[in-house]
Ligand binder design. Structure first.
Ligand code: TXA
Ligand code: MG
Length: 325
């Protein structure tokens, strides 16, 4: 069941994270549901515990800027913002460095990663004790509001996570501001604990994401698989394949057909393992199919139970992206 810990138990909580378990912890903004960001299987467990029907990219939490900038590329303005607002409720979206050890699933397969240094001794202590970044969305079930006390977390996730560190109520109470610095100009993706005015006073004008109605219109012109925050493979995707064509690479789930190129998501048809490997699989098939003369990805049927719903959501978007061309 879920252990109720105090900040004095940080070493024990870090051991749980090291073992691939989930630990909820307080930050200055809201409680986070943490996993070792470098352990794909543990990250898959986050989506399972939250009951998320799709894979949103998660924020990676670090304890110091050197570790952040070893994993992502930072333009000068990122350095300026880091110096001014970290630790604090500001998340920066930056390009991953080659060899960045954070699991692909944590970033939903994207080339960018959302990173922040929380201003909270428990969160910082836990990250330092683990010695690796912690991937953590807000510690609520999907579709519910973000928790600002341990009791909120337990009411939604008790029994679904290994432990929670109760560090009292969160002081900021709203999530971090998310700022995308990966493009040609800074764009505010989510307002939050650091005001837009404070950010603009540090780095000048910041673009806004399209208002929801405009975003919806532009979205319908494009295909769902091409949405900003989702990775889709370059190759066309064919779902529910019960046989394989000569020009196809295979994304297998369970005992595989004989194909020229196969990526096995889970030999034993384990959905958590499959979720953990999904984005690695799509990147790998994209990178390796062409040299074998293959031009399509056939996907074996995957049940839509548990994490299968999120897996099929991603794959359906990937398939739809190419249908509309
Ligand atoms: O205050 C917070 O930010 C809390 C605490 C726990 O740190 N965390 C939090 O995480 O609110 P979450 O997963 O609920 O929200 C993360 C937000 C989402 O809106 C997500 O789409 C965005 O950050 N995000 C993450 N990675 C991204 C990326 N690579 N590109 C664009 N947006 C990203
Ligand atoms: Mg959230």
């Amino acid at each position: 069941m879920t252990d109720l810990l105090t900040p004095a138990d940080i070493p024990r909580a870090a051991d749980l994270l090291r073992a691939g378990k989930l630990v909820a912890f307080g930050t200055e903004t809201v409680y986070g549901l943490g996993a070792d960001a470098t352990n794909a299987q543990a990250v898959a467990g986050i989506f399972e515990a939250k009951g998320r029907p799709h894979f949103n990219p998660l924020i990676c939490h670090y304890a110091n800027p050197e570790h952040v900038f070893a994993h992502v590329l930072a333009p000068g303005i990122a350095m300026t913002l880091a110096a001014r607002f970290w630790p604090g409720p500001l998340t920066l979206v930056l390009p991953r460095r080659p060899g960045c050890p954070v699991a692909q699933l944590a970033g939903a397969g994207l080339e960018t990663l959302a990173v922040r240094i929380p201003a909270h001794p428990t969160a910082l202590g836990l990250i330092e004790a683990l010695g690796r970044p912690i991937a953590a969305p807000s510690a609520n079930r999907s579709g519910r509001i973000s928790p600002t006390t341990a009791a909120h977390v337990l009411s939604q996730l008790s029994g679904r996570i290994a432990a929670i560190i109760d560090s009292g109520p969160c002081t900021v109470g709203v999530e971090s501001t998310v700022l995308d610095l990966s493009g040609t100009r800074p764009v505010l993706l989510r307002p939050g604990g650091v005001s837009l005015e404070a950010l603009e006073s540090a780095i000048g004008p910041i673009g806004r994401q399209l208002p929801p109605a405009a975003a919806e219109a532009s979205r319908s012109l494009r295909s769902p698989g091409l949405l900003l925050s989702h990775y889709a493979p370059n190759l066309p995707v064919r779902l529910n394949a019960t046989s394989i064509a000569p020009q196809e690479a295979l994304l297998a789930f369970g005992p595989a057909f004989d194909a020229a190129l196969t990526y096995q998501l889970s030999e034993t048809r384990n959905l958590t393992e499959a979720a953990a490997r999904l984005f690695e699989a799509l990147h790998w098939l994209d990178a390796n199919a062409a040299s074998q003369g293959l031009n399509e990805i056939a996907v074996m049927p995957i049940p839509s139970t548990g994490l299968g719903l999120a897996i099929n959501d991603r794959l359906t978007r990937a398939a739809a992206a190419k249908d509309s061309h």
